[in-house]
Design a protein around this ligand. Sequence first.
Ligand code: CMP
Length: 138
Amino acid sequence: TTNRTFTMIKPDATEKGNTGGILAMINEAGFRIVAMKMVHLSAAKAGEFYAVHKERPFYGELVEFMSRGPITAAILEKDNAVEDFRTLIGATNPAQAAEGTIRKKYASSIGENAVHGSDSNENAAIEGAFFFSQLEQF
Ligand code: CMP
């Protein structure tokens, strides 16, 4: 069934000029962009987005990184979007990411891994709503 997922092109990828290359891979994989914007998160906003990871040892580092510079947030639609997008981005650790994945090509480390992808339909809806109102989703 057609569903939606949420993605962010992270500050490391923005800094290196990889936003266009990543969007091209997303398009080529058959995802339709139904919302998109570039934003620079404050540390407070990044912390709120990743609140679910608050108790993790890497939380502080994650919040600092995600507020370091602009990101591109987007909602993507496709058949089986959540699972197919996680396949397209590859493993969190780029050393384990499969050939042909976005992280294989663009990520530099577990933390600075170029892209985010929602892990469930429920989280896709929550994360999408964090950045976009209903009026901003096409
Ligand atoms: P993401 O899928 O956006 O969601 C949680 C993020 O936490 C993850 O991508 C990584 O960027 C980051 N992360 C996960 N594990 C680690 C780790 N061990 N050290 C630093 N960052 C991590």
